[in-house]
Design a protein around this ligand. Structure first.
Ligand code: TRP
Length: 453
């Protein structure tokens, strides 16, 4: 693919089918899978959360992803302009997506920064091998003042450099190498984790649902996690699919990407939850979980092997995070380029400065600013909640409503079947999902999670 510039008139396309799948999966697979999924499962009671999450992925994930692919490829425009072109009344959906990307990028790089820090800690042998003090080691990083901000800056800088260069150059290549490696490493870790004493109890916690744990709040967390992990509800996949060629099979892509994403999430859960139980760590500790438990697993592998695995794991986690945050930053940047007529460099630099300030606040809210809360949440958690449990689900409601009620069934069919050449047996079911099922379920979960019903 040629380098993409703002002035270009003809649109880039992904060179190969695999290129698109890896880029879309690269956006989906990120901190959401390895960092957020296990800690939410730990906090929300395990099996019941996981079951509801899987239901959301199957019903909502597939349906909404296909909806976003169809809109993106049809218009060949990024989300704000895509909606503006299709139906002006829906432009706000695109705008809300830009806001969501902005809010997520206001804390995502903080976690990316922790991951970068852990590459260096592993490299220098600074990760304690005494599993009793793992928690303190993470706590002193995250709750620190300068050190986490420094690592956030390093992480954000990597994003800036790649996004200034344009969309295609880096993203496609990086994802192709990283994804299979991450998969292999997770499988090795699954084996190590499951052979720890009492690991089976952790596995039960993760997969045997205890329905008494299901509350509106738990359901909303699972729903928000499905949106976040699949990069849905904000037009990110609209933007990606706008680079997709007219003869790609959208239906197939909308099945493969969630499958890959969910496998990585489940594998991460199977690595982290059983090990956490085996070591006797706190399952409900929140954002530190992966950074506490995974180094403890490595510590059981001996000094040399453990260190080596530590470096590789956090390197891959950082790369997975990068391919995701690139897609988020790209949503913000392409809006500034297309709608505000800024040049790419200016768009990247100015938005990154604002994002960096938000990240500083988010990082400090884990330590010195922890006393400052919004509705009981610190700044970090509040940004996370606002984007994932509110903006993305609301975006998802409107995107599916648009497909189900406004675009016109014939036009939708024309797009998802490539003009009739792709077989899509459950087309009617999918339309039904978009018309009723998805908007209704998401609305109900949203209302019950907020405490209204
Ligand atoms: N899905 C990514 C993750 O799991 C995060 C992400 C990238 C995202 N692009 C997105 C989330 C768009 C929501 C919307 O880490």
């Amino acid at each position: 693919m040629e380098k993409h510039t703002a002035k270009e008139s003809a649109r880039d396309q992904f060179v190969s089918k695999a290129g698109f799948i890896f880029a879309a999966a690269g956006s989906a697979v990120g901190l959401g899978n390895v960092w957020r999924f296990p800690y939410l499962a730990g906090q929300n009671g395990g099996g019941a959360f996981v079951l509801f999450y899987l239901l959301c992925v199957i019903v909502i994930g597939f349906g909404l992803m296909l909806a976003e692919f169809a809109i993106g490829r049809h218009t060949q425009l990024s989300s704000v302009n895509a909606f503006r072109k299709l139906d002006k009344r829906f432009t706000f959906v695109g705008a809300m997506g830009v806001l969501a990307a902005f809010v997520i990028m206001g804390y995502y790089p903080v976690v990316g920064g922790w991951s970068v820090a852990y590459i260096f800690k592993s490299l220098l042998g600074q990760l304690s091998t005494d599993s009793q003090i793992m928690g303190e080691a993470f706590g002193s990083l995250a709750a620190g003042t300068f050190s986490p901000i420094f690592w956030t800056a390093v992480y954000l800088l990597a994003n800036i450099v790649i996004v200034i260069k344009g969309i295609s150059a880096g993203i496609e290549k990086a994802s192709k190498v990283m994804m299979p490696l991450l998969f292999i490493l997770l499988i090795i870790l699954v084996i190590r984790s499951l052979t720890l004493p009492n690991a089976i109890d952790g596995l039960k916690y993760l997969f045997v649902p205890d329905f008494s744990k299901i509350t509106g709040d738990v359901m909303l967390s699972a729903l928000g996690q499905a949106f976040f992990s699949l990069s849905l509800g904000m037009g990110c996949m609209i933007t990606y699919a706008s680079y997709l060629s007219k003869n790609e099979n959208l239906v197939q892509n909308a099945i493969i990407v969630p499958l890959m994403d969910t496998s990585v999430a489940l594998l991460s859960g199977i690595v982290i939850i059983p090990a956490t139980v085996s070591f006797g760590f706190d399952l409900g500790q929140g954002p530190g979980l992966v950074f506490v438990t995974v180094p403890a697993i490595f510590a059981t592998m001996g000094p040399v092997l453990g260190r080596l695995f530590g470096i590789i794991f956090f390197l891959l986690l950082t790369l997975a995070a990068l391919t995701s945050s690139l897609s988020l930053l790209e949503v913000v940047v392409s809006y500034l380029i297309d709608n505000r007529k800024w040049d790419r460099k200016r768009a990247v630099i100015i938005s990154s400065i604002v994002l960096f300030i938000m990240c500083i606040l988010a990082s400090l809210s884990m330590g010195p600013l922890s006393g400052f809360t919004i509705a009981g949440l610190n700044i970090f958690d509040a940004l996370d909640w606002f984007a994932n449990n509110l903006l993305l689900p609301v975006g998802g409601i409107f995107i599916t409503l648009y497909i189900g009620w406004f675009w016109g069934k014939d036009k939708v069919k024309e797009e998802v079947t490539n003009g009739g050449s792709v077989r899509f047996a459950i087309f009617e079911i999918w339309i039904f999902l978009c018309k009723f099922v998805i908007p209704v379920i998401v609305t109900l979960v949203l209302l019950s999670g907020i405490g209204i019903i």
